[in-house]
Design a protein around this ligand. Structure first.
Ligand SMILES: [Zn+2]
Length: 121
């Protein structure tokens, strides 16, 4: 059977220099766009997966010092952790409604220490 579609190599050699230069310039930007879109989609999927929170947990303001927790959080163990200015206390909490495990960092010098999600059970 005869080959009707020419091989890519045959095409490239028949392209003018200008065409080839254009193709070379277009290709990287096209593949860059594709990969950044893919990363974005992946991030969105991860975000969606990470939020089986109950309403109360969803309402907790994360990484903000002094933000309140909610009534269904059961306090767990405390632990100390060294920070650049000294020790801070981290307290574990577990939500009785959705099972999200939280940690609250009591850090007087860091405005962005506070609630963070450490896991789910
Ligand atoms: Zn919850």
């Amino acid at each position: 059977m005869a080959t009707l579609i020419p091989a890519l190599g045959a095409c490239v050699s028949r392209m003018t220099t200008g065409e080839r230069r254009l193709a070379e310039r277009l290709e990287p930007s096209i593949s860059n766009n594709k990969s950044s879109n893919m990363t974005q989609n992946l991030n969105q999927q991860n975000e969606a997966k990470k939020t089986p929170f109950c309403d109360s947990c969803a309402g907790i303001q994360r990484n903000w010092r002094g933000a309140p927790g909610h009534a269904e959080l059961m306090q767990g163990v405390n632990r100390k952790e060294p920070r650049s200015h000294g020790q801070v206390t981290l307290t574990k909490y577990r939500c009785e409604r959705c099972g999200t495990e939280w940690e609250y960092e009591n850090n007087k010098v860091n405005l962005h220490a506070g609630w963070s999600v450490v896991g789910q059970s």
